[in-house]
Design a binder for this molecule. Structure first.
Ligand SMILES: Nc1ncnc2c1ncn2[C@@H]1O[C@H](COP(=O)(O)OP(=O)(O)O)[C@@H](O)[C@H]1O
Ligand SMILES: [Mg+2]
Length: 142
């Protein structure tokens, strides 16, 4: 575990994944953590939005992602863990897979649950799809 991708949505479970990494960093001195937040694409079925307005929507989404990531970056930085924030817009699974490849991460560390609060599910939909679709080991933190 050297270069980790932490998909981060600000949920309690994702925060526990973050804390797990803070502790694990003591055993992995060269650990590098890439924090990724993915914001959904906003699809508007109207034709009066200018490119400028669409860009403003994207900018707002990326800013929101950066605010969520800031918490993780603050915690990791305070623990002296080398870390980087990434915000993207799109579909979460695809963006996680792309980040693993592009950033050459060897492990994904993430929460089992997220923000959607479907307490009858044992594993959130993003978590279970990442386990199936990513080729590197996935560490799920409850
Ligand atoms: N939009 C997102 N951006 C980055 N990471 C995410 C996002 N959504 C979920 N995750 C990651 O996936 C984990 C599991 O969440 P998820 O499967 O979405 O559960 P739920 O269905 O309860 O929302 C989270 O703890 C977080 O690590
Ligand atoms: Mg979710």
């Amino acid at each position: 575990m050297q270069k980790v991708l932490l998909p981060f949505d600000g949920s309690e479970s994702a925060r526990r994944a973050l804390q797990y990494l803070v502790t694990a960093a003591r055993s992995y001195p060269g650990l590098e953590v890439h924090v990724l937040n993915v914001q959904p694409t906003i699809i508007l079925h109207v034709d009066y939005l200018s490119m400028d307005m669409l860009k403003k929507l994207d900018d707002g989404a990326l800013r929101h992602g950066a605010e969520i990531n800031a918490e993780a970056i603050k915690t990791l930085t305070a623990a002296n863990v080398r870390c980087f924030a990434h915000e993207t817009i799109g579909e979460v699974i695809g963006e996680v897979g792309k980040a693993v490849k592009d950033l050459e991460c060897d492990t994904v560390v993430m929460g089992t649950r997220g923000m959607s609060n479907l307490s009858n599910l044992m594993l959130g939909s993003v978590a279970s799809r990442v386990v199936h679709e990513v080729l590197v080991p996935v560490l799920l933190v409850k």
